[in-house]
Design a protein around this ligand. Structure first.
Ligand code: SF4
Length: 211
């Protein structure tokens, strides 16, 4: 994609989705971390249904490190993969208490030491909780970036690396939200709504498949 087109796409998405942030509800960094772990293979809406009851009792790593596996599962079961998610949350909570003084660490490498935290989750924490520069690539960002032509990649890691090259670092975090919301609202997985898409004239997928 030409540099000028990239800039136009970025600017169009920016004006359409400016101000939109994560759809996950949380009130501190630890709650966000738990919500992101729960959101794997699950919708944010479903996560938001289970977390109010959980966070009313367990809203810090210290408190969560003491929950039993069965009790945690009883809260998070609707999110799927509840057994491994519960084990990861308890183990990550214990590590946060033991190694980081009870606070979620703010650097990428430390975040990766926590169970259940992979590259995407660490990037979300940096971009959303700590307002740093990161482009978490989830299923929406992967699909939309590659459809438009901002990336031409086979996997999420390659997509992240390519997006980092074409998007100015100061816009990484915001653009992650904008691309993601475009995927949720317009460029849906099964039925992209191309006729109502603001960036249709730049889209590689549209030119190839629909024109
Ligand atoms: S034109 Fe269609 S495929 Fe391309 S970004 Fe828009 S909705 Fe997605």
């Amino acid at each position: 994609m030409k540099k000028l087109d990239v800039l136009t796409v970025i600017s169009k998405l920016e004006s359409k989705y400016k101000g939109l942030n994560t759809a996950l509800n949380y009130s501190n960094n630890f709650e966000l971390l738990v919500a992101v772990i729960l959101s794997a293979q699950c919708t944010d809406e479903r996560v938001n249904k289970v977390t109010p009851a959980l966070f009313s009792k367990y809203n810090t790593a210290e408190k969560m490190s003491k929950i039993t596996l069965d009790e945690l599962i009883s809260y998070i079961k609707p999110c799927g993969y509840y057994n491994s998610k519960a084990k990861h949350i308890i183990s990550a909570s214990k590590k946060i208490v033991e190694n980081f003084g009870g606070e979620v660490p703010s650097d990428f490498d430390s975040l990766l030491t926590l169970d259940g935290v992979g590259r995407k989750t660490a990037d979300v924490m940096i971009a959303v909780a700590f307002l740093g520069d990161a482009i978490p690539v989830d299923t929406h960002v992967f699909r939309v970036s590659n459809r438009i032509g901002l990336a031409n990649a086979k996997n999420v890691y390659q997509t992240e690396m390519q997006l980092q090259k074409v998007i100015d670092k100061s816009k990484w975090s915001d653009m992650h939200h904008h691309i993601l919301w475009h995927g949720r609202r317009v460029c849906k997985a099964r039925k992209p709504d191309c006729e109502n898409c603001d960036i249709i004239e730049f889209c590689k997928y549209y030119k190839k498949n629909k024109k």
